[in-house]
Design a protein around this ligand. Structure first.
Ligand SMILES: Nc1ncnc2c1ncn2[C@@H]1O[C@H](COP(=O)(O)OP(=O)(O)OP(=O)(O)O)[C@@H](O)[C@H]1O
Ligand SMILES: [Mg+2]
Length: 401
């Protein structure tokens, strides 16, 4: 006989403390203790979660947000979009932009989360899919940690639930022996769940999501029970364009998602802007020297990456070959951050061509044979001839030798 577990009760069960469950350590406790750790460690963590790093902005938004909020949302859709895109609040609080890109994309993504369809963020590597997904979950639910990392080895239990085997053997299947997945917890508590790299997950495991997304329920046959999603539950998945063909999304599953494609930055200036912002943030957490605004080297790194990625120089005159690896904004950010660390520890604290040259070489030359040829050709035909790039050319020659 099938016993239907009330979703409200399931939520209580999972969030409950030890007293409610006779002192047994359940997933709820682990999560509570995670939360406590997070609050305790706060900004001190090497990489705080978005909801911790931007707690002040989120609180200011919540306090001044008088628009209607969907059930269990911390903010209205308008405030979530403002959190992502940045803006100035009525009391003068400045909300920093997290995502730099078309406003409409963010509006569609946020709106999707307020409907019964899930959100699929699609795009080439380094277009901020993971970043946007984390910030959306932080803004909507105040918690970006209900996360399933998709890999070729992701089992069904990672999406549904698993068992605490000691408990299972000692007492048989019971609520206490059940280890809920992040998705199950999000359903029970009306939160945002995240699935990273959905298309790397084997197709049959992906299909577990169909019932969850269409029926909004997760059956637990072993207990003759189910967890029904409560309002507020939704799911954000990310998938990489490059993985297309690895494990295609089945059309049944695709229909449960609204797909939003995140584009590459449209102009050099937009990309320089993204890189500068992120480098500044990362630099602060690593105690690196501050970059003066509009640093030439950032423009240089971004230009090199864009040209190699696009296969043509910025002025459209010279064709160049593209290397095998990915040269996304994310790589540009890490090259500049590394350069800044070099400048701080071994230079005079000013980012110079020599500090980014090695990083660029490392990013471009992934395949020692083929990519090296591509790089040499670019160096000799483009970099060498360009006005104001002499120092950079020399630095590249030095590290390439
Ligand atoms: N348009 C953008 N606005 C703000 N930040 C961006 C943008 N594009 C890239 N970034 C930055 O690039 C970094 C990498 O982004 P992220 O890891 O989210 O990429 P991804 O699309 O998930 O890549 P992958 O496909 O490799 O998983 C982040 O630090 C993010 O801040
Ligand atoms: Mg990602």
């Amino acid at each position: 006989m099938s016993v239907s577990v009330e979703s409200g009760k399931a939520a209580g069960d999972m969030a409950g403390g030890p007293a409610e469950r006779g002192g047994q350590q359940g997933a709820g406790d682990v999560r509570d203790s995670n939360k406590r750790q997070r609050e305790g460690a706060g900004q001190e963590a090497l990489r705080p979660h978005a909801e911790t790093a931007f707690a002040d902005e989120l609180a200011a938004l919540a306090a001044q947000d008088d628009r209607p909020r969907p059930a269990r949302w911390n903010l209205s859709p308008w405030a979530v979009a403002t959190y992502l895109l940045g803006g100035t609040l009525p009391d003068g609080t400045v909300v920093t932009p997290k995502y730099v890109g078309p406003r409409r994309i963010v509006e569609v993504a946020v709106t999707t989360l307020a409907t019964d369809r899930a959100l699929l963020l699609l795009g080439v590597p380094g277009t901020a899919k993971t970043w946007v997904s984390e910030h959306l979950a932080a803004a909507v639910s105040g918690d970006s940690t209900l996360l399933v990392q998709g890999t070729a080895g992701t089992p069904e239990e990672a999406i549904r639930y698993g068992w605490n085997y000691a408990q299972l053997l000692a007492h048989g299947p019971s609520r206490d022996a059940l280890v809920p997945s992040p998705v199950m917890r999000a359903m029970a508590e009306g939160m945002t769940a995240r699935v990273e790299e959905l298309t790397r997950i084997p197709a049959d495991v992906q299909d577990t999501l169909i019932t969850i997304l269409s029926e909004k329920t997760l059956p637990i046959p072993e207990l003759g029970a189910e967890v029904q999603a409560v309002p507020g539950f939704n799911l954000i998945a990310t998938a990489n364009d490059r993985d297309r063909g690895v494990n295609e999304l089945s059309s049944a599953l695709r229909r449960r998602f609204n797909t939003v494609v995140l584009p590459l930055p449209e102009s050099v200036q937009a990309e320089v802007d993204i890189v500068s912002r992120r480098v500044e943030q990362l630099g602060r957490s690593l105690d690196l020297p501050r970059l003066p605004d509009g640093t030439e080297e950032i423009l240089r790194v971004v230009t090199v990456f864009r040209e190699l990625r696009g296969g043509v120089t910025d002025d459209g005159r010279t064709k160049v070959k593209s290397p095998s690896g990915t040269l996304s904004t994310a790589e540009a950010i890490s090259v500049v951050t590394n350069g800044l660390a070099l400048a701080a520890h071994f230079g005079d604290g000013v980012l110079r061509p020599g500090d980014v040259a090695a990083g660029i070489l490392g990013a471009v030359v992934r395949d020692p044979a083929a990519d090296r040829v591509v790089w040499q050709e670019y160096l000799e035909t483009v970099v060498r001839e360009r006005d104001g790039w002499k120092d950079f050319y020399r630095a590249c020659r030095e590290v390439s030798a």
